[in-house]
Design a protein around this ligand. Structure first.
Ligand code: ZN
Length: 388
């Protein structure tokens, strides 16, 4: 009975996660108010303020008078009307998306089928049969899925990705009204910490990016529920857990919500170049991105690079029967852990596997984020951080 009571106490104290609350955070960050947490309608700043307000409520410590670290960059954004009309009207996000580096344009173009023996002018738009790099305006079929991204430059040429099923909406001409601007942005990382009780000058970092792909025009935005409102939901619950006196960590833990990950890991790169804590005092970085499922387990980028820490994670998982599988992966420049490990700080990037198929498209909505193994992933992370 004693051991049962003890086990029960351990379980309840660790299962401080609240899946309902995680769903609420994800639904909020993925709502139209935040407009895909990009650089139109100030989505990124609204999201950063939302997180900073939560940090304040949780009681995280800050380094200065607020939780922000600002940085600047340039990016091409679609901040006005967008319409395409041919035989039928084409819907942005559903039929097509413009290439990330599209310039603004208003006018009518002649649609011509690609033929390598022909020459084309700026009044033509060439319908390709597969992706090709040409110095003319192009329409590229994108199969069954449209995937958006960001560009840090603006092209002089128009380019559209079109779903295969929407090609039938084309006739001989294409009427284009496209607004975009290449603009300077000041964005921000959001940083708060819990002071360690034994070695407060040594830090663990738990991070997740809060930004996403923003929107295109007035009708279409990318909710980014799994990518990465889900990681922010997890980060906030971990911050809540460690800020309770009974859970104070041995080492300090810095919680960072990074900005501009989708533009090219810009927030985390800036932090690594301008760290609030010397990198030498940072013992480990745990980056959380795509935490929406876990039903099929998780993948750990850098798992093969840091085998000792990976084995620890495996052992915790097996001993506690948490997740189906933990897969190791080599290094990859695919999220915010990257610049840390490139600069001598050990890091893992954990992403969850299973169920969710939406990625960088308009279907990554909060309703499609099941959080099936959110509690198990939370427990795995808490137990892992305790091993330091
Ligand atoms: Zn992401």
């Amino acid at each position: 009975m004693q051991s049962y009571v003890f086990a029960f106490f351990l379980f309840t104290s660790l299962s401080g996660q609240d899946v309902k609350e995680a769903h609420r955070v994800i639904a909020t960050l993925a709502s139209p108010t935040f407009w895909g947490r990009g650089y139109v309608n100030d989505g990124h700043t609204k999201a950063a303020r939302f997180i900073s307000d939560r940090f304040e409520e949780i009681g995280l410590s800050k380094f200065g008078s607020n939780y922000f670290q600002k940085f600047d960059f340039k990016v091409n954004v679609f901040d006005g009307d967008i319409s395409l009309k041919s035989k039928k009207r084409l819907l942005v996000g559903q039929d097509f998306i413009p290439n990330a580096d599209c310039p603004p344009f208003k006018g009518r173009l002649k649609i011509r089928k690609y033929d390598s023996t022909k020459t084309y002018t700026g009044r033509d738009i060439v319908l390709l049969d597969k992706k090709k790099s040409l110095s003319v305006n192009t329409i590229t079929p994108s199969g069954k899925k449209l995937t958006h991204t960001f560009a840090q430059s603006q092209s002089r040429l128009l380019g559209f990705q079109l779903l295969d099923s929407s090609i039938s909406k084309l006739s001989k001409t294409l009427k284009v009204n496209l607004n975009s601007s290449f603009k300077s942005v000041t964005s921000q990382n959001v940083l708060g910490y819990v002071r360690g009780t034994v070695s407060p000058d040594s830090f663990l970092i738990v991070c997740a990016h809060y930004d996403h792909l923003g929107g295109i025009g007035h009708q279409c935005y990318f909710p980014g529920a799994n990518d990465n409102a889900s990681g922010i939901a997890m980060l906030l619950q971990l911050a809540t857990y460690y800020s309770k006196p009974q859970n104070y960590p041995k080492y300090s833990i810095l919680f960072v919500a990074f900005g501009a990950e989708e533009v090219g890991l810009l927030g985390s790169k800036y932090y690594v170049e301008h760290p609030f804590i010397p990198l030498k005092q940072t013992k480990f970085v745990l980056n959380l991105d795509l935490m929406g499922s876990g039903l099929e387990g998780i993948t750990v980028v850098n798992g093969s690079v840091f085998p000792k820490e990976f084995e620890t994670l495996q052992k915790i998982n097996e001993a506690n029967h948490l997740l189906k599988v933990i897969k190791p992966r080599e290094k990859a420049a695919n999220s915010d852990h990257y610049y840390f490990s490139e600069n001598g700080v050990k890091s893992f990037f954990i992403y969850s596997l299973g169920e969710i198929t939406a990625y960088h498209d308009i279907n990554d909505t909060s309703g499609k984020v099941p959080l099936s193994r959110f509690g198990e992933m939370y427990q795995l992370i808490v137990k892992f951080l305790e091993t330091f």
